[in-house]
Write a protein of this length. Sequence first.
Length: 402
Amino acid sequence: MDAKRKRIVVVGGGIGGLETISALRASGYDGALTLVAAESHLPYDRPPLSKEVLLGKTISTTLEADWAELDVDLRLGCSATGMANGLLETDGGPIDFDGLAIACGAAPIALPGAASANVRVLRTIDDALTLRAAFSAGARIVVVGAGWIGAEVATAAAAAGCHVTVLEALDAPLAGALPPEIGRATEPWYAECGIDLRLGVAVAGIDGEEVRLAGGESLQADCVVVGIGVRPATAWLAGSGVTLDERGCVVVDASLRTSVPGVVAVGDCTVWESALFETSLHVQHWDNALRAPEVAAATLLGTEATYDPVPSFWSDQLGRMLQYVGDHTVADRLLVRGDLADASWSVCWTQGARLVATLAVGRHRDIVQSRRVIAQRLPVDLDRLSDPDVSVADATAASAQG
Ligand SMILES: Cc1cc2nc3c(=O)[nH]c(=O)nc-3n(C[C@H](O)[C@H](O)[C@H](O)COP(=O)(O)OP(=O)(O)OC[C@H]3O[C@@H](n4cnc5c(N)ncnc54)[C@H](O)[C@@H]3O)c2cc1C
């Protein structure tokens, strides 16, 4: 694209949107730049919402940016509603564009039958500040879903002195993300934090303060926090020609192009074919939204670039930090390094002799080394990898021979 006198529009004011804007300017793009952002806040970071904000350590997570230098036409509180033929429809009127970056992220899934005023979700800074105010000592907090967000919310509520119950429909925490035997390793952590974790319990409905469980029992709650997952916020793209998959993810190629010329997409709303893992990846973690924009910006500006990351994330769960790198869905074997009952351990997933993912608690070095071994597709010696006293780097077959 001619870098002059053009207009690029970015939809979504999260980390993916801001990084796309920064990458465009850093690459020398000096045309017009418009940010269409549904929230009325300047772009802010979400990971601290369930950590520092809920713990009362901060009330602002605004991302640093020199807006004057970036020279952006900021349309805050403005939602994209449709797109066709180089025109973005918004609730503030149409905007024409030469290039478009979709960075509209994801929105929480609502719990059916739970429309009471005390039922909350956690996605935005406004959600976080509302929840923080509800977390007063002695308050009865019910968290629905023992996933990444549910566990973080429960941790903060317990730290504030609330009576916390976590309801999980599956039979292990984190069961939507990890094999049950690994999720179960986090079960004792709930009791340590004074949280009542109930597994295999489905919510039948919520009426006022009453949370009705499928088995007939009821709980009383001052506040119910629903953390059962998110969906791409892409309904506005229906009929735009941008291909969405069955989950609503924007399908992008290795250069983050969508099916519509001149339109790219980044972050939580995307799915792509990973050359590294030979499978499609839909990653809803911060690192992906941070790194993809550089490639998306290059693509918009006509420079050849490909995105083939080793995904990674972290989560603060019940007093521990969990770190993950890779993609275990392609694995055929799981190796535990250490004892899952101990304070620190890691789990490695392999596909044949190839390491494809590692999850670690208190073993940061395993994560750092795994990232390199996964990215370089180094073959590993499975026996050595099972030994927690052998470093991941030393468990590579090359290292064993040397
Ligand atoms: C509470 C919480 C804690 C988290 N903790 C971690 C963590 O510990 N580690 C980790 O790796 N990840 C974590 N994440 C995930 C991480 O924050 C996301 O992966 C990241 O924010 C994705 O960035 P994004 O820019 O793709 O989307 P978002 O951050 O969702 O930003 C998208 C923006 O687009 C806006 N938008 C949506 N539709 C439209 C529209 N039609 N028009 C205009 N604007 C629109 C939305 O309002 C939103 O502001 C956490 C997320 C949450 C909510």
